[in-house]
Design a protein around this ligand. Structure first.
Ligand code: HAM
Length: 419
């Protein structure tokens, strides 16, 4: 029979890898906790409409990459391709804006995009992100960017660069849109069919086309940063000032394009360099999206956030990042009723907080000791029949093989002393 395999671009995370995931997630939870962020969990399936309205109809994510389908009841659903739109949907649905003036929410979970799988690019990937809802000032943007860089530093990823830009507000974009369309119209013949359509629907998306000829056109296009309104320019200047005060290095990237339509004003990406990921990879993406809450039916609310791909960061970390779990104790069973006795002892050791492995099935003492060695046990408790009758066990120190007889009650103290 055919062996079934996981879907292309979707991967199992095996037990030997999960400690590194836990390490990364714990580091993230701890850091955002220092800033007052609380976790939100939203469903993996959402109404398709949420992403069409939230991310934008003419984006690659919505047009080409989303897993969208009609369910058996005829509802049009999509597997979430990112977390922000869902968080804002939940924020509005549960009236969180009425509870406190500023909401700080973080999330960790799988996202789905039907992209071409490549190094660090998957069809199911895990994202963690943080959204600061209700703060408009440039200092909030600086705080978010600083928090993202401090997180990378806490993981030990230091060789990164923060790319910063501004898309301006509605006024800036109206002015820019005119200039961009004028520029693109002159080079119409060089654009792909998709871009000709984008030119009509959403000309900014032409700048995000992956086709070489379109990229060449885009590289000469005017930058939105030359069209910032007075307000937007001041916001950007204040943000730069705040980052400089924090000592957070950044580079201004006037041609940065983000793949989602909801951004206004500040956008940023954090790039990392690693062999595992290719020369340059985007680790973190984020920005301000002041129009999204009202677009999705909530009150006008300034918002900024970021997200990163967990797999990408783990590829940057290398193999040894996670602290190894403590070494266990192994309980071997010998003689009549040995297995049952071993389980009884293991149970009481675990109740005392001791990480304990136990023999399953019947095997010779020799092979049980071999197994204890293979799993890196600190020591082995050998529970024979006559010792058990005296309330004792044999303790074998796996460092030197020395054996002594001990009351069972002393095992935990002995293990503690060895750590
Ligand atoms: P994004 O730039 O589309 O932004 O994704 C953020 C990060 O998710 C990327 O920098 C990358 O690390 C990871 N990522 C994206 N696609 C893939 C993939 N196919 N495979 C592996 N990793 C991937 C957002 O999603 C926004 N929601 C970020 C945001 C939050 N903006 C404001 N708040």
């Amino acid at each position: 029979m055919n062996q079934l395999r996981s879907v292309k671009g979707m991967h199992d995370v095996l037990p030997e890898e999960t400690p590194r995931w836990h390490f990364l997630e714990d580091t993230f939870r701890h850091l955002v906790g220092l800033y007052g962020y609380r976790e939100i969990r939203t469903p993996v399936l959402e109404p398709l409409e949420l992403f069409v309205r939230g991310i934008g109809e003419a984006t690659d994510i919505v047009e080409k990459e989303m897993y969208a389908f009609e369910d058996k009841g005829g509802d049009r659903l999509a597997l979430r391709p990112e977390g922000t739109a869902s968080v804002i949907r939940a924020f509005i649905q549960h009236g969180l804006h009425a509870q406190e003036p500023v909401s700080k929410l973080y999330y960790i979970g799988p996202m789905f995009r039907r992209e071409r799988p490549a190094k660090g690019r998957f069809r199911q990937f895990y994202q963690a992100g943080a959204e600061l809802i209700g703060a408009a000032e440039p200092a909030a943007d600086a705080e978010i960017i600083d928090m993202a860089t401090r997180f990378l530093k806490a993981l030990g990823i230091a060789d990164v660069s923060v790319q910063l830009s501004s898309l301006g507000d509605r006024e800036s974009r109206m002015a820019y849109r005119g200039a961009l369309v004028e520029f693109l119209e002159k080079r119409r013949e060089e654009l792909c069919g998709d871009c000709l359509r984008r030119l009509e629907v959403n000309p900014l998306r032409v700048l995000d086309c992956k086709i070489e000829a379109c990229k060449a056109v885009a590289s000469g296009a005017p930058s939105v940063m030359d069209y910032l309104s007075g307000d937007a320019a001041r916001h950007f200047a204040d943000l730069r000032g705040a980052l400089e005060r924090f000592g957070t290095p950044y580079e201004v990237a006037p041609r940065m394009v983000r793949g989602l339509d909801y951004y206004t004003r500040t956008i940023f990406e954090i790039q990392g360099r690693s062999e595992a990921l290719g020369a340059q990879a985007t680790l973190v993406g984020g920005g301000r999206y002041d129009g999204l809450v009202s677009e999705l039916g909530g009150p006008p609310t300034p918002t900024i956030g970021f997200a990163f791909g967990i797999e990408r960061l783990l590829m940057m970390l290398g193999k040894s990042a996670a602290p190894a779990p403590g070494r266990p104790v192994f309980v071997a069973g010998v003689g009549d009723g040995g297995v049952g006795r071993a389980h009884d002892i293991a149970r009481s050791l675990r109740a005392a907080g001791c990480r304990t492995e136990v023999a399953y099935g019947t095997a010779s003492l020799k092979s049980q000791l071999k197994r204890a060695d293979r799993i890196g046990a600190l020591g082995v408790v050998i529970a024979g029949e006559d010792e058990a009758a005296r309330g004792c066990v044999t303790w074998r120190d796996m460092r030197d093989g020395a054996q002594i007889e001990l009351p069972l009650s002393e095992i935990v103290a002995r293990v503690e002393a060895m750590r």
